[in-house]
Write a protein that binds this ligand. Sequence first.
Ligand SMILES: NC(=O)c1ccc[n+]([C@@H]2O[C@H](COP(=O)([O-])OP(=O)(O)OC[C@H]3O[C@@H](n4cnc5c(N)ncnc54)[C@H](O)[C@@H]3O)[C@@H](O)[C@H]2O)c1
Length: 255
Amino acid sequence: MAGRLDGKVALITGGARGMGAEEVRLFASEGAGVLATDVLDQEGEALAAELGDAVRYLHADVTSEDDWSKAVAAAVEEFGHLDVLINNAGIVKLSPIATCSLDDYMSVINVNQVGVFLGIKSVIPAMASKRSGSIVNISSVEGLAASPWVVSYVASKFAVRGMTKCAALELGGLGIRVNSIHPGGIRTDMIKPGGIDVTGVFEKVPLGRVGEPGEVAGLALWLASDESAYCTGSEFVIDGGLMAGISVSTDDLSP
Ligand SMILES: NC(=O)c1ccc[n+]([C@@H]2O[C@H](COP(=O)([O-])OP(=O)(O)OC[C@H]3O[C@@H](n4cnc5c(N)ncnc54)[C@H](O)[C@@H]3O)[C@@H](O)[C@H]2O)c1
């Protein structure tokens, strides 16, 4: 049976675990060659070994321009070309603004925001040479609305949303599409920032549960594939209804 990504090559950052690892699995199962990058080498190598020839793992820190050059070169050398970039790597740190150190603030901005900027910039030549490509930036519902104690995360995810639109304007003429995904609470290690499990907060959404990493991977697959050929510069929310409105129980409305 034909795969939805047959003949395509994808680079997925933060591909060693969580949503990134689910995207690596799903994209490979749909026919793509996948270069997974991360800083968690043991997990990344194990995933690549499990999935066989369609998947390679490379250590690459998204904050390093040099690592980005190596990653793009490795994808092209291993699989012949590059069609898809999933800018998925991310971190979160909890702190009130009043006590957030500049170092902590910048560490989140560097991974979540600078990493995405470097990723978009680095893949342009390879994608432009084919006059085709899809870049998917993983933002968050916190790129659409704020939460307390995550100022650096919120700032970085709003920036990713803005960068996505800027890149879509600049790269559309080269045949490169750029979209952002905005997940709500998804069951990965990130749902326990600083050891505090916030699963319960996200279970209060209209659908009454957190999302699974495979559900976000399914949306990323659609945006990576030609099925979304007319979409660029857009925001795709996957949040169980979190952003649909103010969370008021009908019990509170009883006369
Ligand atoms: N889990 C959620 O509830 C949620 C919600 C909205 C958005 N997101 C976003 O989804 C993306 C994936 O997160 P996740 O939930 O799978 O969490 P995760 O912590 O399981 O995965 C993040 C991955 O990024 C990697 N990474 C961190 N710093 C890196 C760096 N400098 N270079 C390369 N890789 C690096 C980590 O090693 C890890 O493998 C992130 O961008 C996150 O902000 C997550």
